[in-house]
Design a protein around this ligand. Structure first.
Ligand SMILES: [Zn+2]
Length: 126
């Protein structure tokens, strides 16, 4: 946890906007992939207006299952944004760093879950 200084912020827990203080922390989240940096995949930065609200957020994410197939599905989705239409499974494996079996598991998971973007943890539904 780290103090985040004095600019306007929105609490991920209660939705309150405030200026001074607050706390930020990282949580594990299999639905989070970074736009450009794969080393940040599976981690989400969350912000709370107080240490108590940050702790509540972190506890909520701790109780949420981390699903490898979900993370892989998002990594595949990111790779497909720039991939040519005739990309092969081997090329996709090279781009994502995933094994072919992991790509197939992710696709199978995706078929049972619907679109990965149907699950958005930041939908404000609290
Ligand atoms: Zn709050």
């Amino acid at each position: 946890m780290e103090d985040i200084g004095g600019t306007a912020k929105l609490c991920d827990w209660c939705g309150r906007i405030w200026d001074e203080g607050g706390a930020v922390g990282l949580v594990l989240d299999s639905s989070a992939v970074h736009a450009r940096d794969p080393s940040k995949d599976g981690k989400r930065l969350v912000i709370g207006c107080s240490a108590a609200h940050l702790a509540a957020l972190q506890e909520e994410y701790r109780q949420r299952p981390f699903i490898d197939e979900e993370l892989w599905a998002w990594q595949i989705a990111r790779a497909l944004i720039t991939a040519p239409q005739d990309t092969t499974l081997d090329q996709l494996a090279d781009t994502t760093g995933l094994r072919a079996a992991e790509i197939q598991q992710a696709m199978s998971w995706h078929r049972t879950q619907g679109q990965p973007d149907s699950h958005q943890p930041d939908d404000g539904a609290r």
